[in-house]
Design a protein around this ligand. Structure first.
Ligand SMILES: [Zn+2]
Ligand SMILES: [Zn+2]
Length: 243
């Protein structure tokens, strides 16, 4: 199948609370820098097919894969004009990454079943939590954090990357790498600037974007702090992907 216009659109770069945080009056939350407005973390990989895939509507060839569908999925789909969803990869089962499953029904009404990929733990949880959303088709297995064939990879909600995965990431010669950097302090759940920079250097992608960013970070100040080739991501950032 020939494809064109393969690209990634960052649907959201926020942590579980998003940014601004409800009820918070810090300068990041109250400020007007659009790059500090962060919906929950998610990425859409999209492309156009030259030929229709079997059973497709022959008039419409746009394809899209969604990495994580959190509580802002509906708003993100409208904002980025996503017209169909061909598969969803769930990195893990936390609410800020799966609550959009409910809104996938709007797409499945028009297109039929949408394959979901995630760990067994994640798929089991959503089968239970959103039992009304499907009849039979459940697709599971495999950790979706890695999308090496696209020269693009994304890690949300992580504070370390296993040695085995680092080897794969290095081997993939990534052009773009997305890495969690939620907090300024050291926690057992997330990367912080120092550890994220260190990991970005180890993985060695041409460009690393930090994401899942809390209100502890003002975009402009954070950008100044980071070394070359490492930048904070922001909502609606788009970049081309080469296979
Ligand atoms: Zn999260
Ligand atoms: Zn705040």
């Amino acid at each position: 199948m020939e494809i064109k216009n393969l690209k990634a659109t960052v649907l959201g770069t926020g942590p579980s609370w998003g940014c601004p945080v409800l009820g918070c009056d810090c300068k990041v939350c109250k400020g007007d820098n659009p790059k500090n407005k962060r919906l929950r973390s998610s990425v859409c990989v999209s492309w156009e097919t030259i030929k229709p895939i079997e059973n497709d509507n022959p008039e419409k060839y746009d394809r899209s894969l969604i990495i994580d569908a959190g509580p802002d999925f509906r708003e993100q789909s409208l904002r980025s004009s996503i017209s169909s969803v061909n598969a969803v990869f769930l990195t893990h089962e936390h609410s800020d990454h799966i609550e959009g499953i409910d809104d996938l029904r709007s797409f499945s009404i028009h297109q039929g079943s949408i394959p979901l990929y995630g760990s067994k733990k994640c798929i089991d949880l959503i089968k239970n939590k959103f039992s009304y959303c499907w009849r039979k088709q459940i697709y599971g297995g495999g950790l979706p954090q890695l999308i090496v064939p696209f020269s693009f990879s994304s890690f949300f909600d992580a504070h370390f990357i296993p040695e085995e995965s680092i080897k794969l990431l290095k081997k993939a010669n990534l052009k773009t790498f997305f890495l969690d950097c939620s907090e300024r302090r050291v926690t057992s759940k997330h990367f912080h600037p120092e550890s994220a920079i260190e990991m970005a250097k180890i993985v060695g992608a041409k460009k690393t974007y930090l994401t899942h960013i809390s209100h502890q970070f003002d975009y402009d100040e954070f950008l100044e702090e980071l070394p070359e080739n490492i930048e904070p991501a922001y909502d609606e950032l788009t970049f081309e992907i080469n296979i």
